[in-house]
Design a protein around this ligand. Structure first.
Ligand code: F6R
Length: 605
């Protein structure tokens, strides 16, 4: 979850590290720190609780003229948020930053009698002391010994006092990418920190040691053999990772959705039909499966819920959706006849990755829907369908959700076609319907003032309820999550018919209920449910299609989306729900892009 960066080269290291940390801040923002070799080749550390801006201020007049250093922005796991627990950690001759969790740090502390040395409460400091104990002048041997004894996930960047200008890195599960550029050598947890300097990079393979100096990067396996890195190229530029005039990344990313959808859908259409030839996804994985299991976390899992509601009625095979952190421990009923669809924006979420590995070990075919190219999930899955949203920086996922849906809709259409559930005409009509959703999203983005105004009521309340039936229920789940995570208003989503089995007790005068009613076949039932909450005084925000007729006074606010085929209403509805959450967060004067306690990429269990 933390952001890490290392630099060695001709430029001022402090500036590169601070700029990199600002790019990586969305991975964690409890505290930040940097360590650099100074002009006398001694290591100097500055670390502070708070955001990178606080660190920048703290080291304004320090660490000048350094050309090698490491930096870290933290999401606390072990040990509270404090200056001491912030990284980098110093231990004897070692300076270290860490992204991940060392599970056996307690036993290592005992085994190596480190209790009296530790000044922080972190697992990471234990790794630093171990390295110091193992170091006899050979960094590779020390790093190798560290890798042999720690269990868990890690991306480490390490400096040794007697090796100025050198940085060593190793990873297991947690991501680490590196590049040699005209400005020097860089290593980071995330591409966004490298993009200002290069478009070419490589993913540090797990259990390999990367060494950076000012003029070169070398890669070795744990036996000491030099390994040629597999160079990759990013398909987006720095603009994509900047706000470009928008006040927040989240608003920018909401606006980017129509384009992201086109980028994800259009290259995969041939003669109006879905075509995964360029993705090298064979139709056999679709024709030979007897069931589908979708596994993901958070918003990505909500995209899976929509896919289930869409796919099962068409494909007529069981489609299950699991929360990755549960799936991995519940002995799921999957086998070689199961297609496991893994969804992840980052491609690094640890529970989702573990679920993928479990699915493969059961002989299931795995198809990953991933946004970040070259990420661990993308590399380990049998097949990958990349979404082309570009970097998503706001912690709250918006465009990644829409493109995940688009990829799932295309998968569903291809499956229906090759399994004989859709004729070519039906498949073409389905894709045309999907494309129609794009202008509908644009319309809702243009009308964003509606959401800006309606939140005035919402932000005065402690709770909000979302409800819908069928696909609308699946959309509600995401609406509630979005509102919770950035406005801190408690929100729950309910299948509308379920409300009166308990939850309706919570509906009191003025309690906001966001009712989504875009599914024709359950429309009248849904409206009855809206009447039930209205009768108890709820403040109803009703979302329907344009043509829907509802009684005067039923809704306090009625937002209409363009008339679309029921299957595609999620796209404009998603925009409305995202904007409600966005403006509620603004209305409460909160940090939209970096909400409390959260981080973008969840690489710890
Ligand atoms: C919420 C959000 C999270 C992620 C979840 C999975 O806005 O972004 O719920 O969807 O942490 O992350 P990925 O998709 O990277 O696996």
């Amino acid at each position: 979850m933390c952001g890490i960066i290392g630099y060695s080269g001709p430029l001022e290291a402090k500036n590169i590290l601070l700029e990199g940390l600002a790019q990586l801040e969305y991975r964690g923002y409890d505290s930040a720190g940097i360590a650099c070799f100074d002009t006398r080749s001694a290591v100097q550390v500055v670390k502070r609780t708070g955001k990178v801006a606080a660190l920048k201020e703290a080291c304004a007049s320090m660490l000048r003229h350094s050309h090698c250093g490491i930096g870290h922005t933290r999401w606390a796991t072990h040990g509270g948020v404090s200056d001491t627990n912030a990284h980098p950690h110093r231990a004897g001759r070692v300076t270290l930053i860490h992204n991940g969790i060392i599970e056996n740090y307690h036993s290592l502390t005992k085994r190596f009698s480190l209790e009296s040395r530790l000044v922080s409460q972190t697992d990471s400091e234990v790794a630093a002391w171990l390295l110091d104990a193992f170091y006899t002048g050979d960094p590779y041997s020390a790093v190798r010994q560290l890798a042999e004894c720690v269990r868990g996930s890690y991306g480490f960047c390490i400096m040794f006092d007697d090796r100025p200008g050198e940085i060593y890195g190793i990873r297991s599960v947690s991501p680490l990418v590196a590049a040699y550029t005209r400005s020097g050598a860089l290593v980071a947890s995330d591409l966004t920190a490298l993009i200002p300097y290069t478009r070419k990079y490589f993913v540090v393979p797990e259990n390999h040691i990367v060494k950076l100096t000012g003029y070169k990067i070398s890669l070795y396996d744990l036996d000491g053999n030099a390994v040629l890195p597999e160079i990759m190229e990013v398909n987006w530029n720095m603009d994509a990772a900047m706000k470009n005039g928008f006040p927040h990344f989240m608003l920018k990313e909401i606006h980017e959705q129509p384009e992201a959808l086109k980028n994800t859908i259009l290259p995969r259409m041939t003669k109006g039909l879905p075509d995964f030839t360029d993705d090298q996804i064979p139709d056999e994985i679709f024709t030979e499966c007897a069931q589908i299991h979708v596994v993901a976390c958070g918003t990505a899992m909500h995209a899976g819920m929509v896919a289930r509601a869409l796919m099962e009625p068409v494909l007529r095979i069981p489609v299950m959706v699991s929360i990755a952190s549960e799936f991995r421990y519940e002995e799921p009923l999957i086998d070689e006849k199961t297609l496991v669809i893994i969804i992840s924006q980052s491609g690094e979420t640890i529970d989702t990755l573990a679920a993928l590995r479990l699915a493969k070990s059961c002989g299931s075919k795995t198809l990953a829907i991933v946004n970040v190219k070259g990420s661990t999930i993308a590399r380990e899955s049998d097949y990958v369908l990349y979404t082309h949203a570009g970097p998503e920086i706001a912690v709250a996922s918006t465009k990644a959700y829409s493109v995940q849906l688009a990829a799932l809709y295309m998968t569903s259409c291809r499956m229906a076609l090759v399994r004989g559930k859709f004729t070519r005409e039906q498949a073409a009509a389905f894709l045309a319907g999907l494309l129609d959703a794009i202008p509908a999203m644009e319309t809702m983005i243009r009308q964003k003032d509606t959401e800006r105004e309606l939140v005035t009521h919402l932000i005065q309340q402690n709770d909000t309820f979302f409800m819908g039936r069928g696909l609308d229920y699946a959309f509600s789940l995401e609406g509630a999550l979005k509102l919770k995570e950035i406005s801190y208003i408690h929100a729950e989503a309910y299948a509308a018919g379920e409300l009166k089995h308990g939850t309706i007790a919570l509906i009191a005068p003025e309690v906001p209920v966001i009712a989504i009613a875009t599914q024709e076949h359950v429309f009248s039932k849904m409206i009855s449910n809206v009447r039930e909450v209205k009768a108890r005084g709820a403040f109803v925000i009703l979302l329907t299609k344009e043509h829907a007729r509802v009684d005067e006074g039923l809704a306090d606010i009625h937002i209409k989306i363009p008339d679309l085929d029921d299957r595609f209403t999620v796209f404009p509805i998603a925009v409305i729900l995202q904007l409600i959450a966005y403006y509620a967060s603004i209305g409460k004067n909160l940090d939209v892009d970096q909400p409390r306690n959260l981080a973008k990429s969840v690489t710890v269990e």
